[in-house]
Design a protein around this ligand. Sequence first.
Ligand code: A3P
Length: 315
Amino acid sequence: IVGTEEHEREAIDELIATLPISKGLVRPVHRLYQNFWCPITVLANVITFQRHFKAKDKDIVLISHPKSGTTWLKALVFSIVNRSHLDISNTPLLTSNPHEVVPFIEYKPLPDLDGLAEPRLLATHIPYLSLPESIKRSDCQIIYICRNPLDTVVSSWHFLVETAQLMDEPVWSLEEHFENCCQGEIFFGPFWEHMLGYWKESLERPSKVLFLKYEDLKEDIGGQLKKLAEFVGLPFTEEEEEGGVIEEIAKMCSLKTLKDLEVNRSGKLPGRNFEKRSFFRKGEVGDWANHLTPAMADQLNSIMQEKITPFGLEF
Ligand code: A3P
């Protein structure tokens, strides 16, 4: 079996070497695979995942374009799904980063997912069209979180700059990063394709794909928690609502609580070059106005008008 794996890995590497490479970014470098820009660091894993992953009907897959609220979503869904047996005062979120509690599938070559408790909570940034067939065909559920691209551009720039500095690599300007985003040359981009893939699927199969917006979570976390709990078939009971369980989860998963926890204040994520604290910044809707010029905002807004609005998706 080891031989087969090695053989397959070599074939995957050969395939990868033929794919177009992104220009412009200092780091990370991307290749165009199945019409999305995939970071080279995870591309082989993505292909292995596509070929070998077997979804279980009870799986819940959390999906996002990076910097759209993935960390928050992981904490919220983990808390909802495990609330019957994990008291909030004892939750693993107090001692582990949400990305350790709900793993990304593409960040390890062959992650051992069989040992995870059911329902398995998994995460990925892969666009809909490139998901393994078994995720699309099985009864597993997808929860997608989306965020206004004006804010994700700013959020991803901060994140990439922080990561580059940490690795002593050159840093690029917000203008360069912005241009790359507008060209679609951003991790797992173009962002419009990413959003629309899940948006369309959520309209066609609402019990399969739940489409959430970061902005809605910020505005009404209680309402969105109820929606999430109902979607995964674990609605809050009257006793739970009266007992303040929703508020407890919202508070535990808030930016302030998570950011201040010792576990999230220092250290890298295991096996990744990301500082845990980099996942928690300001968490504000509209922070773009502090960084983008009106001309940049116009440019991005007209891309959204052209690519996203016609499909009924608006921010
Ligand atoms: P900002 O950079 O705008 O502050 P992701 O989790 O997909 O990497 O997205 C990171 C963004 O979500 C960052 O946005 C971060 O501050 C924000 N975020 C992280 N945890 C959050 C939480 N618990 N509540 C609200 N926002 C959160």
